[in-house]
Design a protein around this ligand. Sequence first.
Ligand code: CA
Length: 508
Amino acid sequence: MKKLKRLVFLVIFLFSNSISAQTKAPNIVLFLVDDMGWQDTSVPFAKEITDNNRKFRTPNMEKLAAKGVKFTSAYASSVCSPSRISLFTGSNAARHRVTNWTLHKNQKVDEKHPILNFPEWNVNGMSPEPGIEKTFHAQSLAQILKNAGYQTIHTGKAHFGAIGTPAENPINIGFQINIAGHAAGGPGSFLGEENYGNKIFNGEKSVWGVPGLDKYHGTQTYLTEALTIEALNALDKRDSNKPFFLYLSHYAVHVPIAKDKRFYQKYIDQGLGEKEATYAAMVEGMDKSLGDVMDYLQSNNLEENTIILFMSDNGGLSASNALGGEMHKHNKPLNSGKGSAYEGGIRVPMIVYWPGKSKPMSVCDQYVIVEDFFPTILEMAAVNTPKTPQIIDGKSFAIFISNPNKKHNSQRSLYWNFPNNWGPTGPGIGPSATIRKGNWKLIYYYSDQRKELFNLQEDIGELKDLAELNPKITNSLSKDLGNYLRKVNAQRPISKTSGNAIKWPDEN
Ligand code: CA
């Protein structure tokens, strides 16, 4: 009898433990890479393996893809800030109006244009407080997770708000720990030997100096490695009774392209030029960081309750006047790169591992966009979306993780609005608005009101403009895009000659 009682107790104990394990809130790692192109990896995101897949080495991305779901049609904005604001607010860039990159308070970064002026977009980024000029007032994903009991850790590039506004400091948008994040969207240097760009110019500190990593100054520690060590140190010190949200947002592989000596030489031996080898080594350094995080989770028994989301914030930099011709084609088969409305500017690598939900080696071809992360992560964390100041445009892709073959309920449209002038030039780079619906994609160029229509299933390289051949589809997508832009009160460039806003895409 005693034995039976003991057995019953044991069964109840094990059962209740397994229930609590099942209902325990998952930890979440959001691993964001800066400017990483769709093809800058040995994981094939296109239908066929490409030369780029053979050139880059990302064994840990391969490992993650083998455990989880590879999203082959994941989109972001074509430059940093719009994507990052969408990621943390759930709002589309046409709505939040942080449509170009931010840095100094009240200063537009748009390059001059011969025939267009640019609207008063939200040059100061997002803001957790209302009433801050030229900001998008919003409650961030990090703040909501913190309110729900998560420990929130920011590591790396922040780029949420301009210098002198609340969101320049990640602590003000809901992170409890901030490692190395501030207003700037790039590092002065990736090298510890160069103190990560912390220099004094005319008695003033450079705005590009990465903050908070002084103990690595003068060492040979590459920035990517320093961030990884610090992120894992923060996990070591966490309260293990609470779930964590780790946002590991690498400065890599953004410019300034700098040698990661740990990986450089083998790409030279492989026959790559100096610039290409430097870039490939930066990519592998980033991949090593992903591997270190996965190893940490495994050795600390966290693997089975930690979701990993991998994403890039825009396409790979390929503008000829930004990096030189050597790297111009690295997004192939996609056309162009960062800053472009073409796929090379907006289609990015994305992988999600959700223990217990994702099946190994899954592939999802359904298109998703960066603002979808907001509702998805809240759904994963089983946190109800509170009433937020901002309207959330993103749709959760959680269902695609357990069921990658599922289709969107209705044919969903994705929208981009870039009423700005980035600077560097290249195919599809310039002020534009874009829609994707099904396999069709329409780009409307504000400067000459030209439209291009592509069938992405047949022409992923966007080389064959079908707008004139298919007036019906062109008109219907123009209407859809025009309606959306008007609905969210999107901004448009202004004609220098007439002083009026450029027409909506369905007005001509
Ligand atoms: Ca970027």
